[in-house]
Design a protein around this ligand. Sequence first.
Ligand SMILES: N=C(N)NC/C=C/[C@H]1O[C@@H](n2cnc3c(N)ncnc32)[C@H](O)[C@@H]1O
Length: 418
Amino acid sequence: MQSEKEDEEDASPEEYLALCSFTGSDSDQLTFSSGDRLLVHVKTSSDWWWAELQGDKGYAPACYLRQGATEEVEDASLEDPWQDEEYFGSYGTLRLHLEMLSDKSRTKAYQQVVLSNSASLRSKVVMDLGCGTGIISLFCAQLAQPSVVYAVEASSMAEYTRQLVKQNGCEEVVTVLQGRAEEIELPEQVDILVSEWMGNCLLFEFMVESVLLARDRWLREGGVMWPSSAALTLVPCQANSYFAENMAFWERPYGLDFTPLQPLAQQEFFTKPKFSHLIEPDDCLSTPCDVIFLDMYTLKVKDLEEIEGQFQFCVKKSGFFHGFTAWFTVYFESLEAEGAAVELNTGPDSEPTHWKQTLFMLDRPVSVNAGDSISGSVLLRRNPIWRRHMTVTLHWKINGNTQETDNCQANILFSLYT
Ligand SMILES: N=C(N)NC/C=C/[C@H]1O[C@@H](n2cnc3c(N)ncnc32)[C@H](O)[C@@H]1O
C-alpha cells in the first residue's frame, strides 16, 4: 500500500492550509492544527487526501484544507460560514416550501400536534421558528386559541406569509416577524417553541442551532419544545438495485466489458451519501437501531460539534451488506400531563416523507449470513468552517461466524454538502 502511494507521490505535492485543527481517529489519519501547512501528495478520494506534515504522512479530511489559502481567503470563508445568502435565498422562492407543504406526512404530523393539544394551547404564547409560509402558525390559529403566535422567518418569504395570515383571517393571533430567530426581539417569553428544523440525517443545515439559541433566550421556565426529542436510526442494508444501476452496469453494457470504469464508479457514486433513498423494509439486514438521541431541553449548541453513537446489529438474514441507511424520528410531547406524544417517523415503515432516507454505500459489498454481528460507531462531526455542513464517519466490524470471514475493520467518511 505504502509503495503504491509512493509511486503516486511522484507528482509534486501541493501546499494546503489547515483551516482548523483535526485529530486523526486512527493510525493512518494525520493530526494537525489550524494554520498548519500540509503537503498534499495524493487526493485519494474527494473526502480524504494523503498528506504530509513535518515528515508525518497520513490521511487528512479535504474539507479542512484550503489550497494556497492566505489570511484574506480564510477570512472570506469565515465571512459567511452559514452561507446565509444562498440558504435564505433558496427559502425566498416557492420550490422548497412547495416540497415541504406537499409532504403530507410531515405537514399532517404538525397539524396533529396542534389538534391533539388544542385545549391546552388556549391563551398560550407560541413561537414558530422558521415558519416559512406560516403553515404551523395558521394551524395554531385555526385549530386552537393561543393568545399569540410569533411566526419568525428570515427569508423574503415573510412578506408573503403576512399576506397568507391576513388572507386566512388570522392576523389577530399570528404576528409575522422577519429576521433571524437569533436576532429578532420578541415582546415576551413564549410557552411553546415549535419548529420544523430537521434536515437530512436529522442535523444537516444545522437549523437546530437556531432553535437551541431561541430556546435559551425565549422559552420560559417550564415551556415546551416541539419537537421535544429526536432520534437518528441506522440499519445495515442491501441496496441491490442501486448497486446494479451504478456498479454492475459496467460489467457488460451492450455486450462490451466496461469493468475498468468500476473504480471510477465507486469513487463517483459510492463516496457520497445518497439522499432521498427509499429503502424497502426487506432491504434491512437486521433490526434498525436508534444510534443517537437528542433531548431538545438539554441539548447544547456545543454538543452539535461531534455527536457519536454506537451500534451492534445482529444480521437476521443472509444477503449482501451494501451499506447503511439512516433516518430520523421526532417526538412531540403532549401539553396534557398524561397525553400521548405525537411522532413523525421518516423510516421505511412509515409513509414516505420528502426526506426519505439516506444511504451510505460501502466501497464494496460484503456478503453476510444470518447470525453475523455488525458492530461499530457513527460519528457526526460538524464542519468547523462551513457551519451548515457535517461529515458522517462510520466505523464497523463484522464478526462473522463463517470460517472465511475475519474482522474487516472499515471506516468511511461522508461529507454532507448541498
Ligand atoms: N430543513 C428543514 N426541515 N426545514 C428548513 C426550514 C427552513 C425555514 O426556516 C427558515 N429559517 C431557517 N433558519 C432560520 C432562522 N435562524 N431564523 C429564521 N428563519 C429561519 C428558512 O428561511 C425556511 O423558511
